[in-house]
Design a protein around this ligand. Structure first.
Ligand SMILES: [Zn+2]
Length: 456
């Protein structure tokens, strides 16, 4: 399966543009050279199922290792609980009104500049390998890549092995430095493949699955109050079965990430390579009536994503950035790290927080909007998060499913994530001023979406 090749001669681009005065032929030990950028996004990976984020079962030894050797951002919120809009934000530094990808199957417009385009313009050789067609070339996500390939999602096998193999082969072809490789892995996305070892492990904490009572099985794929059909495995109705499978998928994908970490090291590129692992969004595992699914709501289960950034010798090892961040902050941060800060993005670079103990601007706010039917909004500022659910309105064309009877009434919820990460206690009545401030930001976000031509 040859790589589709629209390769721009990187050496020519480098010679033409230069890199802050650094000549194109860069010695291996020249620490002023821009680093390679390996960006790994994992589909449907909630942060709290990784060891580095406190999960009690060893799902992610390789991501944990990366976090120990680099910086772990603790409080990152996706801009949407669904693939296309959330990934578009990661890759552009823009929210939905800016990149105009508001739901799956929307295309990233050609006039939006992506991370890969920024880097290629600076002389990077670029490649993208994605397991989800929603972020494939058919939807505009290949812009900026010299080489781009969809490896697909196999429902019975671990397809991320295919993606990692493509990435490894490309790296071993010795792409001209600096290079940028984006790998979008897919296995934690349902349906969860069976994995004997994880289905039978005995090291989960006692009572981890509560009563583990049988769950209802849905007739369709909505996943509200019942197991969606695409996730259902005959004879399996207990939450424990599905969580174990989900964890097994994470563990498999973690191994593929580890394989690439090993390749980078083996090729002697460790200290010249910035490695990022993050996710487009999380997964709700029956919380809030959302069963083995994502997309409907904007709670932490589907919005809290991991972000680990490693650059040995440049970024400190083992640092944890606690401040709240958004997926839109990724691209400006990476561009600042490689020495090419870009203005005009909605995200904020946290380069200084990665390198030192700087704090983010006081008004730094993270926004998110659901991608289906009633479009709930979430606004986070520091420890506070507001969720605005507008109630079930008329169905929108992209999803002709009504939320009734699950979510009819309009409501506001305010959570203190510092003391209540599970969003169990609505503090709206106790902190009305805080809620009003965040609600104003939610209204502004919706206005911006409307003005960008969306039906909100
Ligand atoms: Zn996704």
């Amino acid at each position: 399966m040859g790589f589709s090749s629209v390769r721009v001669p990187a050496a020519i681009a480098l010679a033409a543009l230069g890199w802050l005065g650094v000549p194109p032929a860069v010695a291996a030990d020249d620490r002023t050279a821009p680093p390679n950028v390996l960006l790994i996004t994992v589909d449907t990976l909630r942060a709290d199922h990784l060891g580095a984020y406190g999960y009690p079962v060893p799902t992610s030894p390789r991501i944990d290792e990366l976090a120990r050797g680099g910086v772990r951002c603790e409080a990152v919120m996706a801009t949407a609980p669904e693939t296309a809009p959330a990934t578009a934000s990661l890759l552009t530094g823009l929210y939905q009104p800016g990149h105009r990808v508001v739901e799956n199957r929307a295309s990233l417009p050609a006039d939006v500049t992506t991370l890969a385009e920024h880097l290629r313009a600076r002389g990077y050789t670029t490649a993208g390998f994605v397991g989800n067609e929603l972020v494939g070339d058919g939807f505009g996500f290949a812009q900026g890549f010299d080489v781009f390939e969809i490896f697909g999602h196999d429902e019975t096998l671990h397809s991320d092995a295919n993606g990692a193999a493509m990435a490894e082969a490309w790296l071993r072809e010795a792409p001209a430095s600096p290079w940028h490789l984006w790998l979008h892995l897919m296995d934690p996305h349902g349906p969860y493949a069976a994995d004997h070892e994880w289905e039978t492990r005995t090291d989960y904490p006692e009572d981890w699955f509560g009563t583990d009572a049988p769950l209802p099985v849905g007739r369709g794929n909505i996943g509200l109050g019942s197991i969606p059909r695409y996730q259902f495995v005959e004879g399996r109705t207990r939450l424990s079965s599905y969580v174990r499978r989900y964890d097994g998928e994470i563990n498999f994908t973690d191994g593929q990430i580890g394989r690439l970490l090993d390749v980078v090291r083996e090729l002697g590129m460790g200290e010249r390579t910035l490695i990022v692992v993050t996710a487009d969004h999380g997964e709700s595992l029956t919380e809030r009536t959302e069963y083995l699914q994502h997309g409907w709501f904007v709670y932490q289960t589907t919005l809290h994503v991991p972000l680990v950034i490693s650059w040995p010798g440049t970024l400190p090892a083992g640092r944890v950035v606690a401040q709240s961040m958004s997926g839109v902050d990724l691209t400006p941060t990476l561009l600042a790290l490689v020495g090419d800060p870009v203005s005009g993005l909605e995200g904020t670079s946290v380069r200084d927080q990665l390198l030192t103990d700087g704090v983010v601007a006081a008004d730094h706010v993270a926004l998110a909007v659901g991608a289906r039917t009633n479009h709930p909004f979430a606004v986070r500022k520091g420890r506070w998060k507001l969720v605005h659910t507008r109630g079930a309105g008329p169905p929108v064309p992209a999803s002709r499913v009504m939320l009734r009877p699950f979510d009819v009434a309009e409501r506001y919820e305010l959570y203190d994530l510092a003391t209540d990460p599970g969003e169990t206690t609505n503090r709206l009545a106790r902190d009305p001023a805080q809620a009003a401030t965040l609600a104003a930001r939610a209204r502004g976000f919706r206005r911006a979406l409307r003005m960008s031509g969306q039906r909100w």
